[in-house]
Design a protein around this ligand. Structure first.
Ligand code: FA5
Length: 344
């Protein structure tokens, strides 16, 4: 019996030497220790042995079984360790994986294009805060408290106490025109600036309206600035921006900070002016407001009345991007949809 047990052990050990996988080790365990194994037969037969034999073979069989189990466990962990090491192995000669590149939002592309065009025309780029005082957003640009012009823009008020000192309420700026007086207080004419930036209005959104959108303001002030200068600058800009000549059209309109004021249209780039659904069959797209800077505005910047003239405009950046890239819904810009930005 003792010899039988020794033989089983040595057979198992030589089998284990050749085993390389967990499956092979498990097969050996079943073969040598499993229910139908020769070893199990020995254990089952212990009850039929004489008391002397039981004394000798019983402990030997149990000890051998425990030893074999330990050896099997050890072999299993050795195999697992080699497997982990293989997993971590790095093939330094393998070709690199291509990194997916991000894309700029078309609004950023358009803003950069605009900044490039205007800086080559000698304009500076100015900026102002998104959270603005009601003074710069309204009062300073000829829109006092009771001015009907304030009703034209739905404002997100941040503070508006009844008892506040004049002009000290705060708003999310409704227009980049808020930067006009801020800038002029610090600079003397002649000056030429553009102000690209985010503006906010409490509006219901649809395919062409957002509550948070971008404008870019232009402000040119000097000794002898007139509407002809304005037209020449915008025509030049649009030709560079769209890469072809674009027809522009001015319609008389009212903005408190300009006199005279215009609504500014460009010929629809989608249909070339023939009429399509983008331009509601009119052949024209409204891009923004413009006009000759009101003397009240120049005065609130600290300039002597009638000493200078200037022109200004405020164009919708999204509208321009929509025209350039034929985007039919303004809400796509801020949708966070990667499939949208990947196209630019
Ligand atoms: C203004 O904001 C004036 N500050 C523009 C101006 C500047 C006039 C300087 C004269 C001199 P208006 O509210 O029309 O004007 O807005 C100008 C442009 O911003 C619009 O023509 C349009 O292109 C864009 N815009 C206005 N509201 C929205 C909106 N909710 N969503 C997207 N674009 C808008």
């Amino acid at each position: 019996m003792r010899k039988k047990i020794e033989k089983i052990k040595s057979q198992l050990l030589s089998g284990l030497k050749k085993a390389n996988t967990l499956e092979e080790v498990e097969n050996l365990r079943v073969e040598y220790l499993g229910k139908k194994s020769a070893f199990n037969e020995i254990l089952k037969g212990l009850k039929n042995l004489s008391p002397e034999e039981k004394k000798e073979i019983g402990p030997l069989a149990n000890q051998t079984k425990q030893k074999i189990q330990k050896i099997l466990e050890k072999k299993k962990s050795e195999i697992e360790e080699t497997f982990d090491a293989k997993e971590e192995w790095i093939d330094v000669t393998a070709p690199g994986k291509k990194i997916k590149q991000g894309h700029l939002n078309p609004l950023s592309i358009v803003q950069r294009d605009i900044e490039d065009i205007f800086t080559t025309m000698g304009f500076e780029i100015a900026d102002g805060p998104d959270v603005e005082t009601e003074f710069y957003n309204f009062d300073a640009i000829n829109m006092p408290d009771d001015h009907p012009g304030r009703d034209m823009q739905d404002t997100f008020w941040l503070s508006k106490e009844e008892s506040r000192e004049k002009g000290t309420g705060t708003v999310l700026r409704t227009q980049t025109s808020s930067v006009q007086v801020r800038y002029m207080q610090e600079h003397k004419p002649p000056l030429r600036i553009i102000v690209p930036g985010r503006v906010f209005r409490s509006e219901t959104t649809d395919a062409s309206h957002e509550h948070t959108f971008h404008q870019f303001e232009a402000l040119v002030v000097g000794d002898d600035v007139n509407v002809a200068n304005f037209l020449s600058v915008v025509e030049n800009f649009f030709e560079k921006f769209f890469g072809k000549k674009i027809k522009v059209r001015l319609r008389p309109s009212y903005f408190p900070f300009v006199e005279p004021g215009f609504e500014f249209d460009i010929s629809c780039t989608n249909c070339g002016g023939d009429g399509c659904s983008t331009c509601s069959q009119t052949g024209w797209i409204e891009i923004g407001g413009a006009g000759m800077v009101h003397q009240n505005v120049l005065e609130s910047a600290g300039y002597k009345r009638n000493k200078y003239q200037g022109f200004a405009w405020g164009f919708g950046l999204e509208r321009l991007a929509m025209m350039k890239y034929k985007i039919n819904d303004i809400r796509l810009f801020h949708s966070g949809e990667i499939r949208f930005t990947e196209q630019f």
